[in-house]
Write a new protein. Structure first.
Length: 157
């Protein structure tokens, strides 16, 4: 058996200043996935947007993430990636923002709902996954270092 989770982790004081340069290596059009309040209130959203712009990464802001991310929200984000030809997904925030970014990335490869992938161990993708960057703003879930996600489907309870 093999368990392989290749993850590049850049950390340390001031490492957020490297986001734009790292993102620019992966794509020029990105979906920035975050929540509705904390990133703005802290001033980090403005810094991130400026850094991405300075590195010539065009950003579509998707700030609809709530705790226990909703599958319908994930599907909405995935549709944006497909329709706008976005090349990269960036999740900034806590576990919900990063789980949403990971799930949007997966669902963007097809028009199926992200919920259709739940419990499927051998996923057949119609196209390659877009690159993903996760930026944790709290030390909590470890979501930046794995490919798992917690998603809520209100319709199915």
């Amino acid at each position: 058996m093999t368990f392989d989770l290749p993850t590049k982790i850049i950390f340390g004081n001031g490492s957020i200043k490297l986001l734009g340069a790292e993102a620019g290596k992966l794509g020029k059009k990105a979906l920035l996935v975050t929540g509705q309040h904390s990133l703005r209130a802290s001033g980090l959203l403005e810094k991130v947007l400026k850094d991405l712009s300075r590195n010539r990464v065009e950003v579509v802001l998707f700030d609809k993430v709530v705790p226990n991310p909703r599958s319908a929200t994930i599907d909405e984000g995935a549709k944006l990636v497909r329709e706008q030809g976005l090349e990269l997904v960036i999740g900034v925030g806590g576990g919900s923002a990063m789980d949403s970014a990971k799930s949007i990335r997966l669902a963007s490869t097809d028009t199926k709902s992200v919920w259709d992938y739940m419990g499927v161990s051998d996923i057949q993708l119609k196209q390659p996954l877009p690159p993903l960057i996760c930026v944790p703003t709290v030390a909590a879930t470890g979501s930046e270092a794995n490919y798992f996600a917690s998603i809520t489907n209100l319709a199915k309870r």
